[in-house]
Design a protein around this ligand. Structure first.
Ligand SMILES: Nc1ncnc2c1ncn2[C@@H]1O[C@H](COP(=O)(O)OP(=O)(O)O)[C@@H](O)[C@H]1O
Ligand SMILES: [Mg+2]
Length: 432
């Protein structure tokens, strides 16, 4: 705009101003006037030249400006892009990332931090770290320590109180500095170790069981032969004693003891023996009926008033299992159910296929139930609450189900019911 106005300047003068300056004036005055006009014209020309230069310069500057603007914009969008990328990375991390500035205020709190610390970002961001986490009992904050002592911590663990409970958290902290080495704050990266701890415990448990099993197998083998000897001799002794000899009762006790020891030993061997599965496709219902018929005979033998109810969701359900081993599974579960019922009761067998082609079989009894405090022990070998029990039934059940790649779960309400549920892949997948 400015330039256009300046260029127009000479045109705004009267059209004949230079063509006929000062007509009819005395010579001297005229000459003077001519001079002034000449000077004026010269200056206008100079001015015009200067304006043109200015115009060119202006063009150049504005072009440069334009280029600079573009570059700046590009660098802004590049910064934006990098920042966005960093943010996405931070947000998708499975680990929590929390950063504090030099004032110990939280400046970064990613999505995993929300999850792990059960806290919304608006309750954390911009606030004092110590204030936000003031409910921690020991008020020991590794992140603050890192900032204050300029010391990074690597691979530590802390127990963090959250709500009513708490969780083990693994963390690493680091002082954050810019390129020039100026401290900007400190960052803590942490992960929830609950699952890992659980797995560690399970692993430990499995190892203990395996060691126990090995030991038990050795003991069982050692016991077996002398036991057979004792049984044999006791039998001979019993035969030699007169019918009314009071020592007969004692010998009978020995024979009984031997037979119950034998039961334990053979169960132990079943439990600890290396198992090979012989998978076959079976019609589940047909196969199950055989077991239930057998169970019904046993119930009748024991004069118990227990009804077995079948609740099959489909008419045909096929599964690839080891029929003999799986028979042990259901016999054990059904006998436990029978033993849990005093007086009249009912055992229900419910079978169903789930959406993933898994066979789900539940054995439900309305017996005395399992007290909460022993719930996590019932699958342990040798755990029993029965006088005559071996405590190996459920251990064997679990082993066989696991070998089939299946799972077994239990729910119970003392005084009301117990429900064991087995889930196995009908296509048969073998593990272990
Ligand atoms: N259906 C059930 N109802 C109540 N308690 C059960 C049931 N099944 C198992 N239990 C409990 O689990 C324990 C372990 O069972 P198991 O391993 O079969 O050994 P055992 O039958 O020799 O005691 C039992 O002693 C009993 O306390
Ligand atoms: Mg049992």
């Amino acid at each position: 705009m400015v330039r256009a106005a300046m260029q127009n300047l000479p045109n705004e003068m009267p059209p004949d101003a230079s063509a006929s300056p000062g007509n009819g004036l005395p010579g001297e005055t005229r000459a003077q006037l001519d001079q002034v006009f000449q000077w004026f014209n010269d200056n206008v020309a100079k001015l015009e030249g200067a304006y043109k230069d200015l115009g060119v310069k202006f063009d150049k500057i504005s072009q440069e400006l334009e280029e600079k603007n573009q570059k700046l914009e590009a660098s802004f969008s590049e910064t934006d892009r990098v920042e966005n990328q960093l943010r996405s990375v931070l947000e998708s991390l499975d680990s929590s990332v929390v950063m504090i500035d030099t004032e110990e205020r939280i400046t970064l709190f990613n999505r995993s931090a929300e999850r792990i610390y059960a806290m919304k970002p608006e309750d954390a961001l911009g606030k004092s770290y110590a204030e936000v986490f003031r409910t921690q009992a020991d008020a020991h904050f590794p992140l603050i320590e890192t900032l204050r002592h300029q010391r990074n911590l690597l691979g530590h663990e802390k127990y963090w109180k959250i709500g009513g409970g708490g969780k083990p958290i693994g963390y690493t902290t680091s002082v954050v500095k810019n390129r020039d080495g100026k401290v900007l704050g400190a960052v803590e990266i942490s992960t929830d170790l609950t699952n890992i701890k659980q797995m560690q415990n399970q692993m430990q448990h499995a190892k203990t069981l395996a060691a126990l099993g090995e030991m038990a197998a050795t003991v069982a083998h050692e016991i077996r032969n002398p036991l057979a000897g004792i049984g044999g001799f006791a039998g001979l002794l019993e035969r030699d004693l007169e019918g009314d000899d009071p020592r007969r009762a004692l010998v009978k006790k020995i024979v009984q003891g031997v037979s119950s020891l034998n039961k334990i030993v053979s169960n132990l061997l079943v439990y600890t023996r290396h198992m090979e599965l012989n998978l076959q496709r079976v019609d589940f219902i047909e196969w199950m009926e055989e077991i239930l018929n057998y169970a019904e005979i046993e119930i009748a033998k024991e004069n118990k008033d227990i009804a077995i109810a079948r609740d099959y969701r489909f008419e045909r359900m096929e599964a690839r299992i080891d029929p003999e081993k799986f028979q042990q599974v259901f016999l054990n579960l059904i006998f436990n159910a029978i033993q849990s019922i005093e007086g009249k009761g009912r055992i229900t067998i419910r079978a169903d296929l789930d959406e993933k082609d898994f066979l789900r079989i539940a054995i439900i009894d309305d017996g005395k139930g399992i007290p909460k405090d022993i719930m996590d022990k019932i699958f342990n070998p040798f755990f029993t609450t029965k006088e005559q029990g071996t405590g190996l039934g459920l251990a064997i059940v679990q082993r066989i189900v696991t070998l089939h790649g299946g799972t077994i779960t239990v729910t119970s309400e003392p005084g009301r019911f117990t429900r064991f549920e087995i889930r196995i892949d009908t296509r048969g997948s073998v593990h272990g």
